[in-house]
Design a protein around this ligand. Sequence first.
Ligand code: WTA
Length: 670
Amino acid sequence: MTERTPAEGLSNLLTEQRRFAPSAEFAAAANYHADAYAAAAADRLGFWARQARRLDWETEWSEVLDWSQAPFAKWFVGGTLNAAVNCVDRHVLAGRGEKVAIHFEGEPGDSRSVTYAELAQLVAQAAHALTSLGVAPGDRVAIYLPMSIEAVVSMLACARVGAIHSVIFGGFSAQAIYDRVIDADASLVITADGGYRRGKVFALKPIVDEALAKSATNVAHVLVVKRGGNEIAWQDSRDLWWSDVMDQQPTVHQAQAFDAETPLFILYTSGTTGKPKGILHTTGGYLTQAAYTHNAAFDLKPETDVYWCTADIGWVTGHSYIVYGPLANGATQVIYEGTPDTPHQGRFWEIVEKYRVSLLYTAPTTIRTFMKWGEDIPARYDLSSLRVLGSVGEPINPEAWMWYRRVIGGERCPIVDTWWQTETGAMMISPLPGVSATKPGSATRALPGVSADVVDENGQSVPNGAGGLLVLTEPWPAMLRGLWRDEERFRETYWSRFAQQGFYFAGDGAKKDDDGDLWLLGRVDDVMNVSGHRISTTEVESALVSHPSVAEAAVVGANDPTTGQAIVAFVIVRGGVHANSAGDGSADSESGAALVAELRNHVAIQIGAIAKPRQIMIVTELPKTRSGKIMRRLLRDVAEDRAVGDVTTLADSSVMDLIAQGLATAKPED
Ligand code: WTA
């Protein structure tokens, strides 16, 4: 834990007075009404049981929640169900087979729409394919795919046969894949030759090859979807084309129901140490909350709405709000392969217009990028189909919120700012679009059934108007069930801070306003949030010090107008390496610039391009406390161009002067 004050630079949020109530028409037709909160509070477990009944269970549970082994929860004890059947087959059985489940839009402009009946056949074939490759219930399958129908089908096929998927974001490096494959002990990897990004094909299979070549793994097969058409190497004994295997399989598959607590997936996320945490989710509670929240927060009308979540399937938002929530609800949705600026900056709005998207879910960083590009771009498209606009991944600043509402939402669409985490599995804090009076920058309050609070260091609830730490005070169905094979870290990370009260510690700072509405203020630990992606400072530091020229590194997240936070690294080079980052024409500036470029690439190779520092400053000292802890607060002051704060706890208070002097002439990297 560092000394970060989460409210730094966000104080303007707290004087925000604007308020937007839903229109009378919206409220009248809404799925949820104001009484939902009291009803859920009066009988929380009864409320969740009602939500669970929206799914098809083969066996009903005997107990809604068993919390006797806290912090290990069991929800819907003894109940059995199959997640894939709930997401696909039951809609077909109910006569909705001809309804489009997914409109896929490829970056180069190709598109393909799949109905629920077609999706059922694809998932059936993929389930048979997994079994034919020896995948048994409980086995782990790593998925490293671009945004595609096959990615959705792969995940559902795993769920169908009781295998645990571990999706790895397509931007991660070979090292990151290797670490995840080893940690989860995966026996199968599903990938593609490549995918499209920014008008080019990016390779995926070659990165998997590189990962698996690092040392022996238990991966018996690599299943390869053809997408990029790029050249790839082939190992006959190991590699198989997806289409060859799929074509041989029957299109009907008899699914088995699994216990509600059967593991559904592992998803790795950055923690405060260098090693990513394998967040473990199970079936019944997760699916219940994913489906409920998707319905409630978006006011989903499955017959008429067209939903689009712009996240990648490699993140939890893609899991809960592309795959499990929307499909369990029988929604029609759009998925898009590429980036918002390819082939032009109007691509997103073109897609909204083309499919008449009514519910849009995206991230503040994307909204800020659109703001930068200018409102004349969305103005060229017909956005009148939009009904509800969602935001997720990081605090949304009031300016971006207001822009989203006015320019994209035509001042008629409620904005739902949804707070949640990989660990929570599903939304926890969000407005109800037909009920809540929203405020630019506030996620308002916990959804019905969810119990959140803001507490002080001692775990005491703070009064309205005060700030503190966000906690979840009661277990919830989609909560993580642990960290993959690391019980100690699970207890320590989330449950030790407020052990006495039994609260879940989220790692976020928050404030309650005078109405009791919640304002999320960002992480209070060493986890950065770059474009809505969690990256730990330690992870980037470890990547930097693994380079032979680096003796020591300290990394901070500095405020950035587009990405929310940006990674700024301070590096001490090893003796004998000559470099400075000044770029001022001094003798060794060229080697300094070259080293900085090399280090940025090195981080991309170690972790992935998303972790590339915006700026690397080569320094001779780092500010440390007497106990040797790096004072990131001071480095953040430097990175954000502020006067350096209190240095009295530094072992050597002249260090900051040295750093400031060294940087006076330094130019930031691009
Ligand atoms: C941050 C993404 C403010 C927060 C679903 C959290 C948010 C972390 C919001 C989880 C929001 C997410 N307002 N902050 N609406 N949504 N966060 O695991 O710091 O990738 O702890 O899950 O993102 O990130 P994760």
